[in-house]
Design a protein around this ligand. Structure first.
Ligand SMILES: NC(=O)c1ccc[n+]([C@@H]2O[C@H](COP(=O)([O-])OP(=O)(O)OC[C@H]3O[C@@H](n4cnc5c(N)ncnc54)[C@H](OP(=O)(O)O)[C@@H]3O)[C@@H](O)[C@H]2O)c1
Length: 248
């Protein structure tokens, strides 16, 4: 638990990849819980039309491709005031570390999931370092805690997000910034469409993230499956690895 807690009510939020899936659900939940403004990042801002229609001036579409330095710079320069950054944009490029797709999938996963998070956070860091509480929310995955061989290079990228989250927390220890790592299990979005597993809803993930900001939680397991993995990881990280090894 962190000393820093932050209620989204009246706050300004910036979310990458907010046009669909978990990012869209987070944008909606933040606004439903009283956020004053959500800067909604999307590669194609037309994909935000439905949200824009629903929330009007409180939702500000921002063109954002986290693999494009210019796009990051332009987006960050539009954001004068910021309380909560959500690094949500992500890709799931299939490939094993020892497969033919190793290099190409690793590159795709790292470019968006790791470098996108690093670059976007640094681009708005000065807005986040201010008097009062702020937060950075990084969406990792349960497979960031132990590698799942069927998505091995993706797991590597999410382990990197786990590690950078800890690093940011340390570097910001004196700055009143809650740095949250989120470790979802399978969630019912386009990304997980082909995974033959039981899935929780993006809305539930979003609700748990907002509640965890209010409570000042640093490590968040926001769905039924990840809650179990989180409990096992706390007692025996090796058991999580042993469990995931079966998913080849
Ligand atoms: N679904 C799951 O089971 C699950 C589990 C654990 C963790 N996660 C993580 O949760 C986050 C959200 O995933 P999701 O399930 O909501 O996936 P999704 O439905 O596939 O949505 C991915 C989002 O990321 C955006 N995005 C992809 N590449 C981008 C780029 N280069 N620049 C900016 N935005 C980009 C997409 O934008 P476009 O519409 O333009 O493609 C989309 O808005 C990801 O970090 C994912 O790894 C998901």
């Amino acid at each position: 638990m962190s000393q820093t807690k932050i209620n989204p009510e009246g706050k300004t939020v910036f979310i990458s990849g907010s046009n669909r899936g978990i990012g869209k659900a987070i944008a909606m939940e933040m606004l439903e819980q009283g956020a004053e403004k959500v800067y909604a990042g999307a590669r194609n801002i037309d994909s935000l039309n439905e949200l824009k229609e629903k929330y009007g001036d409180r939702l500000i579409p921002v063109q954002l491709d986290v693999t494009d330095d210019n796009s990051i710079y332009e987006a960050a320069s539009k954001i004068e005031d910021l309380d909560i950054l959500v690094n949500n944009a992500g890709v799931f490029a299939m490939g094993g570390i020892l497969s033919e797709q190793a290099s190409s999938s690793l590159e795709k996963n790292l470019n968006v999931n790791l470098w996108g998070t690093v670059k976007l956070t640094n681009s708005v860091l000065k807005q986040l370092k201010k008097p009062g509480e702020t937060a950075i929310v990084n969406i990792s995955s349960v497979v960031g805690l132990a590698n799942m061989p069927m998505a091995s290079t993706y797991s590597v990228s999410k382990a990197a997000v786990h590690s950078l989250t800890q690093g940011m927390r340390g570097e910001l220890v004196n700055d009143n910034v809650l740095v949250m790592g989120v470790y979802p299990g399978p969630i019912d979005t386009d990304m997980a469409r082909d995974l033959p597993m039981e899935k929780d809803s993006p809305g539930n993930v979003a609700k748990n993230i907002v509640q965890s900001l209010i409570e000042g939680k640093e490590d968040v397991f926001p769905d039924a499956m990840s809650e179990q993995v989180g409990a096992l990881y706390a007692s025996s990280p090796k058991s999580v690895e042993d469990n995931f090894r079966g998913y080849v």
